[in-house]
Design a protein around this ligand. Structure first.
Ligand SMILES: [Zn+2]
Ligand SMILES: [Zn+2]
Length: 150
């Protein structure tokens, strides 16, 4: 699934500004990688990003994608989703939301539920200061459930 062009352009502008504020070079590669990530609802792995971005940017390497994601993560523009399995998955949407993670095909979908957004009570956190809650719901996605029933 794709996000609207307006949404993506808006986010890319913010990304460029934040990179400059952090003193980072804003290279065409970095922009292309971020654009592909923020434009996708699939929470792509570096390999998935490589497959889509290298079509228009053949000189791009998988190593550059890993490095770029790491850099963008340090300035708070992307986050890694703690999925099980050997592939890392990334999200450029950092507003409160949760994830539905399929144990069969590894798909990661967004899940919005305000009842899960509440921060845990501080008295139970032993001095820990909570900023956000993100819940990962593991199970079987609709596609895999349908495939299994045939
Ligand atoms: Zn699935
Ligand atoms: Zn997400």
């Amino acid at each position: 699934m794709e996000r609207t062009a307006d949404f993506v352009n808006d986010r890319v502008e913010t990304m460029i500004r934040r990179c400059r504020e952090a003193g980072m070079n804003v290279t065409p590669q970095r922009i292309a990688i971020y654009r592909a990530l923020v434009g996708s609802t699939e929470h792509p792995s570096p390999e998935m990003l490589f497959n889509s971005v290298s079509r228009t940017m053949p000189s791009l390497s998988l190593a550059t994608i890993y490095k770029t994601l790491e850099t963008l993560e340090t300035i708070g523009l992307v986050r890694e989703i703690p999925v099980t399995g050997d592939r890392k998955r990334f999200d450029a949407i950092l507003e409160d939301h949760h994830h539905l993670i399929c144990n069969v095909c590894g798909s990661v979908g967004d899940y919005h539920d305000e009842s899960l957004d509440a921060l845990p009570p501080r008295r139970r956190l032993g001095g820990f200061v909570p900023h956000a809650v993100s819940v990962n719901v593991f199970g079987v996605c609709v596609k895999c459930r349908e495939a299994a029933s045939h």
